[in-house]
Each structure stands twice: as C-alpha cells, then as structure tokens.
Design a protein around this ligand. Structure first.
Ligand code: 5AD
Length: 357
C-alpha cells in the first residue's frame, strides 16, 4: 500500500510516490492532484502572456543555452515600444498577466524598466510578473514601487551540492535564492520558485526535498519542468561529473515531471502551478494538457515577437512548442474546452484560504 496523499505527507512518502511506476497507482496520483486542484483553485486556467525581453546573460549556468559564454548565439534586447506592444497583445487576448523574462542582463537598466512597467500598468491594468534573475534588492524595490506584482526566481534544486556544480557563482559572491525569494515576499511581491526534473546527478531523495521545500516556503507560484539537454552547454556536452547510482538518478521524462507537478499540487494546494513550456516541448502533442490534468492551473502563452523567439534558446526546440501568438490563442481555447476547463478571468492572483504561519 502506498502512503496516503495528503497536504502534510512526509518527505519519505513523497519519495515513494516519485518512484511509483505502476499505472494503476499513478492513476490514483493524477486523480488526487486533479481533485485537489479543482477544490482549491477551481477550473479556471490563468493565462500569462510571456515576453522574453532579452537573451543577454552574465551567468554561466551549466544547463542553459543563453548562458553568457555561449558565443554562438546572437543577442537581442527588445525596445520599450516592442515590450509595450507585446503587453497590448496580452490585453487583446484577454490574458490577466504579462510576464517579462530575460537572462541576468544588467543592460536592462533599473529606471528604464521601471518606466516601462509604469506605462504598462497604466495602459493595460494587467498584473505584471518579472523573471529577470538575481538583481540587487534596490532594483526589485524600484520595480515594486511602480507596480510590478510578482517575481519568479527558480531555485532549480534545493540540493546545495548539485546547485553548486551547475551554477558558477556570479562575480561578487554566491547568493541564496531561497533567501531571495523570502526577501521578494517581504517587498510585497507574490513569489515564485521552481525546479528542473531530471538534472544529471539529481536523486529521488533530493527531488522529494525540493517538494518539501515548496511546502515549507509556502510559495505563491511553482514552476516545474523536465531538464532538456542543450548541446552548447557543459551539461549537454557531458563535461560535468555526475556522482550518482543509476537507480537513484531521476529521469527527465514527461511522466516524471508530472509526478512532481501532481505532488506539488497536493502539498501546496493554493499555489498557482503552470504547465511549463519545457513540458510542452518534450511532448508537443499533449504535454500541456497532461500538466493541466495532473495539478497545473496556469499556461504561459508566448508573446515574444517571432523574430526573437528562436534566440531565446534556453533549451532545444523550445520555440517549436507554440506557433505564433494568434493561432496559439485559438488552439489553446479549443484545448481548454476539450478538457472542460475555462480561460481564467482577472489577474489570477494567489488566493489564500488558510492563514499563513
Ligand atoms: N532544460 C529545462 N529547463 C531549463 N531552464 C533553463 N535551461 C533549461 C534546460 N536545459 C529553465 C530553468 C530556468 C527557466 C527560465 O528555464 O528552470 O529557471
């Protein structure tokens, strides 16, 4: 008998379920996650228009195709007018949120972006989410002041040893993303974290700790996607030594990512969980709907102008997951209707039903 699927299930029980392969047992996991999702956050699927505003990056993350040392990649930074246009599109499609994402790019000047956020809030009234990496606190405070609502900063793994091996520190010293996520909340942002599933060297025990960490941190948003090897990176080239038994290595498959989404929903029932682009990418047919039927309640349609999309090359084939914004929008509405879900209205903020501790 597998351990019960409850909000306070212990880490060992999470690990047991992560290792589960029996189809009948997995069907129980999917059903429990879907039921929890419906009871806590309902049938609405919140749509967040994603704008990848720059692919410059000063960091050297071992898994990511836009890492600074990747000289083969042309770099771009969208203009203010292009960014505001994309936000206008989000509004036309009826999305509740605009997400501005980039590499860690100090060419994105604090005051320049603040002015864009201010105008975006005034013109569209939409929620604005930022996903711009580890910036100084003063930058986060300045953007919050002009109305930015949420900040995404995935910690990728809670395993310090593994984290250290794939994240060379930035000049100026190491940082603790979990601490930064708490700071972001203190600044008044909704905060979002997340991990990759199937990183070389990632064990089931470590992944179970990631899920426990989500619960302890009480994150507002949690993004989980499969690791996808990029050939122009140290991990993709097999240059990083991996010390792990085969039986302990988490596979980077669709089902594995879905186990994590499902268990995350069960232990963090109020959180907004996207069916991530990485999940869509490894199964273009049905990755998106699998996520939505196994705990997720958010989709992030890509509004990056077509000529920049392939350059936001964090992992291979990412830009093939979605066609142009207008056709994707129609396709998505059909897909949601087919699984009895409705596009969310409004901003899709995290709704607290229980008092935080
Ligand atoms: N495979 C899967 N996800 C990746 N990301 C970056 N590189 C990869 C990869 N090779 C994810 C990370 C990051 C987000 C922007 O994309 O989780 O936080």
């Amino acid at each position: 008998m597998n351990p019960p699927l409850t909000r306070d299930m212990p880490r060992e029980a999470v690990e047991t379920w992560l290792r589960e392969t029996d189809p009948e047992q997995l069907a129980l996991l999917w059903a429990a996650a879907d039921r929890t999702r419906r009871e806590w956050v309902g049938d609405d699927v919140h749509l967040r228009g994603l704008v990848e505003i720059s692919n410059y990056c000063v960091r050297e993350c071992a898994y990511c195709g836009i890492r600074g040392p990747n000289r083969g990649l042309s770099r771009y930074r969208m203009t203010a007018a292009e960014i505001l246009d994309a936000a206008g599109q989000a509004r036309e499609f009826g999305y509740g949120t605009v997400v501005l994402q980039s590499g860690e790019d100090y060419g994105i000047e604090t005051a320049w972006l603040a002015e864009i956020i201010r105008q975006m809030k005034a013109k569209t009234g939409l929620a604005v989410t930022l996903s711009l990496g580890e910036r100084p606190e003063a930058d986060w405070a300045a953007w919050r002041e002009v109305g930015a609502d949420r900040y995404l900063l995935k910690f990728e793994t809670s395993d310090e040893e593994l984290y250290g091996r794939i994240h060379p520190p930035r000049p100026g010293g190491d940082t603790d993303r979990r601490l930064q996520l708490r700071r972001l909340r203190e600044l008044g942002y909704e905060n979002g974290g997340g991990v990759m599933v199937g990183l070389p060297g990632q064990s089931f025990a470590s992944l179970a700790r990631d899920i426990e960490t989500f619960r302890e941190m009480d994150l507002d948003m949690i993004g989980v996607g499969p690791f996808i090897a990029h050939p122009e990176t140290p991990l993709g080239r097999g240059e990083i030594e991996v010390k792990i038994e085969d039986a302990d290595q988490v596979p980077s498959t669709e089902t594995m990512a879905c186990r994590v989404v499902a268990l995350t929903r069960i232990v963090c029932p109020e959180a907004n969980l996207p069916s991530t682009t990485a999940l869509e990418t490894i199964n273009r047919e049905s990755g998106r709907t699998s996520g939505l039927q196994r705990g997720a309640n958010v989709v992030m349609p890509n509004l990056t102008p077509p000529h920049f999309r392939a350059l936001y090359d964090i992992y291979p084939e990412k830009s093939l997951a979605q066609p142009d914004a207008a056709s994707f929008h129609l396709q998505l509405l059909d897909q949601l209707a087919a699984i009895d879900r409705a596009p969310g209205r409004g901003r899709g903020d995290r709704v607290r039903r229980t008092s935080s501790t």
